[in-house]
Design a protein around this ligand. Structure first.
Ligand code: FES
Length: 138
C-alpha cells in the first residue's frame, strides 16, 4: 500500500474535459499529486476533506469512500477479489463499482451501510477524482 497522501490537490473545474451532461449534478475533477497505483494495488487520497480509497484492478480505477461502512476502518488497506473489497478489520465486503455491501458475517452485515463511490481517472501519471455535490446524509 502507498502511504497516505493528503497534499494539496488542483481543481480541474475549468478543464476542457470536465463536461458533465446538462441537468446532472456537476462533477468537478480534482487532480491530486498521488501517482496512480499499479494494477493490484490501492492508495488513499484526500480531496476537499473527503478520504477516497483508490483501487487499480487490472488497469481500471475505482474509488470508494475510504471509511468502512461498518466501523470506519480504511478500506484501501483491505483486499480485493471478484470486484469487491474486503475490509481487513471485521470482513465486511463492498462492491467496487457501487459501494453496496455484498459480504461479511451476519453480525457485521447487520450494522454495515454502503459506502459512497467516486469516479476516478488517471491524468498523466496521477489520480484525478470526480467530486459530485454531497447529497443529504453523505
Ligand atoms: S470496520 Fe470494516 S468491517 Fe468493521
Amino acid at each position: 500500500m502507498d502511504a497516505i497522501d493528503e497534499t494539496a490537490a488542483v481543481d480541474l473545474s475549468q478543464h476542457p474535459t470536465n463536461d458533465a451532461p446538462t441537468g446532472e449534478p456537476r462533477t468537478r475533477w480534482i487532480l491530486t499529486d498521488t501517482p496512480v497505483p499499479p494494477p493490484g494495488a490501492s492508495t488513499r487520497v484526500v480531496v476537499e476533506g473527503r478520504a477516497v480509497a483508490i483501487f487499480n484492478v487490472g488497469g481500471r480505477l475505482y474509488g470508494l469512500a475510504s471509511e468502512c461502512g461498518h466501523r470506519g476502518a480504511p478500506l484501501e488497506q483491505g483486499s480485493v477479489k471478484d470486484g469487491a473489497v474486503s475490509c481487513n478489520k471485521h470482513g465486511a465486503q463492498f462492491r467496487l463499482d457501487s459501494g453496496t455491501v455484498v459480504g461479511g458475517n451476519i453480525f457485521v452485515r447487520r450494522s454495515t451501510h454502503p459506502v459512497r463511490t467516486y469516479t476516478v481517472q488517471s491524468r498523466g501519471v496521477n489520480v484525478a477524482v470526480g467530486v459530485r455535490p454531497l447529497e443529504e446524509g453523505q
